[in-house]
Design a protein around this ligand. Structure first.
Ligand SMILES: Nc1nc2c(ncn2[C@@H]2O[C@H](COP(=O)(O)OP(=O)(O)OP(=O)(O)O)[C@@H](O)[C@H]2O)c(=O)[nH]1
Length: 209
């Protein structure tokens, strides 16, 4: 069974716990104890394969600071970076997280489907239901995501159960696809490596005849 680690990052009160709880239980619960960091576990079946997904929900009050964030970035196979569309400072915090991800993996791959951080990242503008109090335009979110080659969407943990499930599943899918691609690059396929071997052994001889 494969283990996949997803970290949900963002500043205090953006709705990280609300999104995770929505994904795990399909419910929106108004208030969450937020004095401890948590790792939640969920089993998923994707394309017939069983996956163990670990979801890391940092406690912003305890896990603030660059070194804690660096640890979280090293821990995750994939990330959701959350801001609150009605709070500009949370958007700046999301920007800082994306920058730090890029710094942490400076030589990150530029392959399709991988963010600048080298691993799948989706930037999420949460609390879309508060659009009458919006401080961050949709286009700003889009631009930031494009700059960091990551996915982007706005949603509301309070109102959008399906969208929340979809965004988590997409990150899991991207991690799986990335793992498969890495595996393929590491081990050339049997027929290809056999062809190479045959070429190496007989190719030169044929030339010398
Ligand atoms: N209106 C609205 N409120 C939301 C939404 N998502 C979360 N909230 C509220 O925002 C507040 C903070 O949510 P949390 O899920 O605790 O945020 P957090 O990012 O986990 O916070 P920390 O653990 O302190 O870092 C709570 O009062 C939630 O009810 C949303 O989509 N819409």
């Amino acid at each position: 069974m494969n283990d996949i680690k997803l970290a949900v990052l963002g500043s205090e009160g953006v709705g990280k716990s609300a999104l995770i709880v929505r994904f795990l239980t399909r419910r929106f619960i108004g208030e969450y104890a937020s004095l401890t960091e948590c790792i939640y576990r969920k089993r998923l079946t994707l394309d017939g394969r069983q996956l163990n997904v670990e979801l890391y929900d940092p406690c912003s009050q305890v896990c603030a600071g660059k070194s804690a964030l660096s640890d979280q970035i090293h821990w995750g196979d994939g990330f959701l970076v959350i801001y609150d569309i009605s709070d500009r400072s949370s958007f700046q915090a999301a920007k800082n997280i994306l920058h730090l991800m890029r710094e942490t993996h400076p030589g990150a791959s530029k392959r399709d489907g991988e963010a600048a951080a080298g691993r799948p990242v989706v930037l999420v503008g949460n609390k879309q239901d508060l659009c009458h109090m919006r401080e961050v335009d949709h286009e700003e979110g889009q631009r930031l995501a494009a700059d960091h080659r990551c996915g982007f969407l706005e949603l509301s943990a309070a109102e959008h159960s399906q969208e929340v499930a979809l965004v988590f599943s997409k990150v899991v899918q991207s991690v799986c696809a990335g793992n498969k691609a890495k595996e393929r690059r590491r081990r050339p396929s049997g027929s290809k490596s056999m062809a190479k071997l045959i070429n190496n052994v007989f190719g030169k001889r044929r030339k010398s005849v």
